[in-house]
Every structure is written in structure tokens, then in C-alpha cells.
Design a protein around this ligand. Sequence first.
Ligand SMILES: [Zn+2]
Length: 253
Amino acid sequence: MSTEKAVALVLRTHDFSESSVVAHLYTREFGKIRVLAKGAKRPKNPFDFALDLLTLCRIVFLRKSTEGLDLLTEAKVLRRFRVERENLPGLYGAYYVAELLQALTHDYDPNPPLFDLAAETVAALQNQPHPAWRIARFEWQFLDLLGHGPSLEVCVGCGERMEQEGGGRLHFALHDGGGVCPRCRPGRRSVLSLTAETWRAMRALSSPSAEASPDHEIPPLVRGELRGVLNQLICHLLGQRPRMHEYLAMLPW
Ligand SMILES: [Zn+2]
């Protein structure tokens, strides 16, 4: 058993016994971990508010060398997650970030840039009543950081640069990892036809220096196409529809 320190984001907790909970945490140092927090349900407990959902905290835990849960010994709040009562979009967006981290990262597989992106996104969503762009930005970069980022610059079939076709459209092969040119398209399944404007928005969102908010109004057609691509990419990876997807379509841009 070794003593470890980490900075963590609380993804979810569930009861373990009358007085203890299991917390699922995404840490900067170790990736996703599950820890037993003994006494966390007692009125006076050593963890205070540090295990509230989406809280950023500094933790100390005993890492088990064999099967079994790690043991949380200390947790101190670095930043509580608080949204104003009217800001349900920000709340749903942050739940979705937690859901993706929970479902699509592995235990003890650290990814510090992903941790930083998630912590920054959750913090921003606390007071962001128009979070749809911010969430799409998180999703694209999340996919990139996990090695699933689609190819937007070149055709996945032949490596030629992706160009607009007649009618100003480009084609995206959902299960082949990105854009396909007219020569490589025949025979591929699940190919979406997207406007050049949607393609530009996808490139902007996937850039590591992507703006936190769009620099112009995103037209409804582009919003719909963006959500369509992202929903299908995430569902494909997850093998099912994320719980929060039904809310995402309602989030303001
Ligand atoms: Zn091609």
C-alpha cells in the first residue's frame, strides 16, 4: 500500500455503507480512480464538502496493491461547483463532462491535458448560460486527447486534402474517422454530407487554441449538423447514447 497525493474532480459518489461512500474521481496524476471514503456520511466528517459532485479537490489516498478499493484519507476543497439556480444549461453541460470522463476513460490512465481541459470546462460552465459551443469544444478536444479525433484536413482514404465539392459540401465518414473525398466515398457506410461552414466550425472547435465562445453567431443549420456529428461520434465510441444527450439539443448557443 502506498500513500499518494492528487488533484481530483468528483465524477460521482454512491453509498457503500451506512456511513461510507465510494467516490469516483478523475485525477490529474492517476486518471480515473475509485476510493472508499470512510465516515463520509457522518455529520462531522473529515471530507467536508470535498466530495460533492464536480468539486475540484486535493486528496491523499492509500493505493491498494491488490484488488479492492483505494482508501481516501484526506480531501480538501480547491473549488466548489456552484451554478446559479437559473443556469440549468451550465449544470447539464457539466454533468455531461462528468459522464464522458466516467464512461470513456480508464482507471489509472493519466492524461493531464484532459484533466486540465475538463477542470477548465467545468469551471467555465458555472456561469455560462449559453454553453453549447463550450461543450462542443470540450467534446472535440476530448476525442483528440483520447486518440479518437477525426481527420478534418485530409481524406481518410487517400490522404488528399479535403476540399469543398459541388454545392459547397464535404463528406464525413462517421465510422472511418473523418473526411472522405468523392473518389473514396463509394461503398462507405454512415457518411454525412456537411456544409463548408459546419466543416469550418469543426476545425475551429478541434484546434487546441479554440476560442471559448464563437466569434460569430452560429446558424441553426450548422448547430444541427455539429450536434449530429458529435452525438453520433460519442454514441459510437460509448456503444450507447449518453444519458445527458437528450438535454444537449436544448442547450443555448
Ligand atoms: Zn480520398
